[in-house]
Design a protein around this ligand. Sequence first.
Ligand code: AFP
Length: 318
Amino acid sequence: MGKPISAEELEIIVRAVASASHSLSDEIRRAGLLEHILGQEGNVNVQGEAQQKLDVVADRAFINAFLDCGIVCGIASEENDEFVAFDHEPSKDGDFVVLFDPLDGSSNIDVNVSIGTIFSVYRRVSPKGTAVTLLDMLQPGTEQVMAGYVLYGSSTMLVYSSGNGVNGFTLNPSTGEFCLSHPDMIMPENGRLYAMNEGNIQECEQGLVHYIQYCQSRDNQTGMPYSGRYIGSLVADFHRNLIKGGIYIYPAVPASPEGRLRLLYECNPLAFIAEQAGGLATTGRQRILEIVPTQLHQRVPYYVGSKLMVEKAMSFLG
Ligand code: AFP
């Protein structure tokens, strides 16, 4: 891990995330009533996916919050082709870059299902006072000084870690404050929930097919088939598994030979949190946090969750 973030710096970034997510949470709660935020924007993002209006609203809210906080000198967002260097004072001299997915699971917006924001914070490696470079963004996940997510679910929660355990905060909508509701979160070592888009199973490697058969059999540690749970919003699937124990898998499939999820905006931050809570995150063969990124929008296969479940899945892959 890079030089730890100080308590003051941490507070500044948490306040920026809390303020953007509070206003975004209000918009999401009223999504069905507001024509300007429900439905598709009409653009396709760099991932080739149709942008939702709320994707754009969320992207702007987080960019502005990080720009205003004064200690972030650049950002990269899943919704933008290129990273953005903040070139005015005092941001220009900030020590940190933030990489984020402003609205994960956005295809669930129109059907009123939980969605989230995921973010990752690194110290810049370029000299202070110069414009940030791509190398500041392409750091391995082990260098994160902080990572977190906001889940816009039946309540809105902010969960983060700065390398010293994981804490969860619930938004009190009447005061606008995030209150510590889940201190010292620990992911159960084992579980009985598995999450995967099983529509893809016929196209997956044989080892994974056999692991899913194992999940559905009585051969596992519970003596009963595991329960399948797949929301299709990574943050929501991850959060449930963090609390109850479970595994989430998005493998390489012919339509997405590198997997679908983005290393920098989705996999690394949640891998950091998973490990801080005692869980594990791998590609099925390699620890996620040790991958040295080569591209901003790089994708990787993803196995994340309870330690013993991820290890077991990996043992099937060989
Ligand atoms: P969107 O943000 O485009 O909805 O993608 C969501 C996501 O990255 C992740 O949150 C889901 O778990 C996964 O993709 C869903 O992918 P499938 O629709 O292929 O199952």
